[in-house]
Design a binder for this molecule. Structure first.
Ligand SMILES: *Cc1c(COP(=O)(O)O)cnc(C)c1O
Length: 402
């Protein structure tokens, strides 16, 4: 059986985790601080806050910006539920827009969806392929769009326009016009969940890159407090001699990362570009080369002259099939011992979001992408022989599916 996406767990990771367990400090402490500094260095944005998950990071930043009941947040219809659920947690309304055939949010549809209630747009770099950030960043600065914006909180007044909060759960290491995801817009959130490219089992990071009228370092310090119950000192600082007294400045959240997670992340990040991304690209290229011989194959775009994917998920589509045929093909592939997946079932098709009045008929491209899509295994330890087995299983299942 070829699994879909097991994490890369080797001696180096295990040793670092054991070192942390033996260090006498296992929750938020020196390793988290170091991991935050390394992430900032890596992507080139202004400051980083590590969190307990990508979802926690997204929600924390919506709360920081003051998103609440009566507000709208624009998201792609084609994404994982985390992108939209965090909006609901804040009492606001997720406004879904359709995507393009590269799986990413349609800029034209964003433009149509903006109202005087829109506070934030969350683009998602789906499968690791960066969105059109120049277009998104200029759209929110366009005079007529700025004039629609009604700020409620100090942060909203200071920004004076819609905030871009990029969901880069898939795209750490992706490049757009020479810059890395994390450094492409106002705020970006990574996920380090076990199935993601860089993992800490669970975890996430908020990359702050706000315009210099904001003090990003100061905001990072404030977010540290906000993500730990609004407590002015974390447990680590309180262990310093004579440093026991603390205050609660607001009812904050419990969204901090542990040093055990950061220990894994530090190992992963150090070898990420030179090792992890190299192997993932080899697997993507092997799939593309093999499938380009078949005219039923719709090969995903993962590189252009100014965009480079992080090669997170290989989203193969099969031309001129419907959802039921796709499901039958997946069944056949599974019977051949290869685990595949679908990324993702569009959110307007989910019970909860349907009940809110969303209808997949209004998102034809999202449905088209979904109904023809099969995600293939991509992970560090997948061998060249296994890549060949996956290709054979896919080809045989399609050619014999009728
Ligand atoms: C995984 C994922 C998230 C959430 O990340 P967690 O760390 O699991 O909370 C958000 N958005 C997308 C698109 C994801 O795939």
């Amino acid at each position: 059986m070829i699994p879909f996406s097991p994490p890369r767990m080797d001696r180096k990771i295990i040793d670092e985790v054991i070192d942390t367990l033996n260090s006498g400090w296992i929750t938020t402490g020196p390793k988290v601080k170091k991991f935050e500094e390394k992430i900032t260095e890596y992507a080139g944005h202004k400051a980083t806050l590590c969190t307990s998950s990508g979802s926690a990071g997204l929600e924390l930043m919506l709360r920081w910006f003051g998103v609440q009941q009566g507000d709208e947040v624009i998201v792609p219809a084609y994404t994982y539920c985390a992108t939209a659920n965090v909006i609901v947690h804040c009492g606001a309304k997720p406004v879904f827009v359709d995507v393009e055939d590269d799986f990413n949010i349609s800029i034209k549809k964003i433009e149509e969806a903006v109202t005087d209630k829109t506070k934030v747009i969350i683009p998602v770099d789906l499968a690791g392929f960066p969105c059109d950030y120049d277009e998104i960043n200029s759209l929110v600065r366009r005079k007529d769009i700025v004039e629609k914006f009604i700020p409620d909180t100090n942060e909203q007044k200071q920004l004076g326009r819609i905030l871009i909060l990029a969901d880069a759960a898939h795209s750490i290491g992706a490049v757009y016009k020479g810059k890395k995801a994390g450094n492409l817009t106002d705020i970006t959130v990574y996920s380090f969940h076990a199935v993601k490219n860089l993992t800490t089992a669970e975890g996430g990071a908020v990359c702050l890159n706000l315009h210099d009228s904001f003090n990003n370092q100061e905001i990072q310090q404030y977010l540290k407090v906000k993500s730990l119950h609004g407590q002015t000192k974390d447990a680590f600082s309180k262990t310093q001699i004579g440093s026991w007294r603390y205050d609660i400045i607001e009812p904050g959240y419990k969204y901090n990362m542990t040093d055990i997670q950061a220990a894994m992340g530090l190992v992963e990040l150090e070898r990420y570009d030179v090792d992890m991304l190299v192997r993932r690209k080899q697997i993507f290229d092997a799939y593309s080369e093999a499938f380009s011989e078949y005219n039923w194959a719709w090969i995903p775009t993962y590189e252009t002259d100014y965009k480079k994917s992080s090669y997170h998920a290989y989203l193969l589509r099969i031309k001129s099939i419907d959802e039921a045929q796709r499901d039958r093909i997946i069944q056949k592939i599974s019977e051949k011992g290869v685990a595949v997946n679908v990324h993702f079932i569009p959110l307007p098709m989910m019970t909860y979001y349907k009940a809110l009045g969303n209808d997949i008929k209004n998102y034809p491209q999202a449905y088209e992408n979904f109904s023809k899509e099969i995600s293939l295994p991509v992970y560090y330890d997948l061998t060249d022989e296994q890549v060949q087995q996956v290709i054979e299983a896919v080809v045989e299942s399609i050619e014999k599916s009728g």
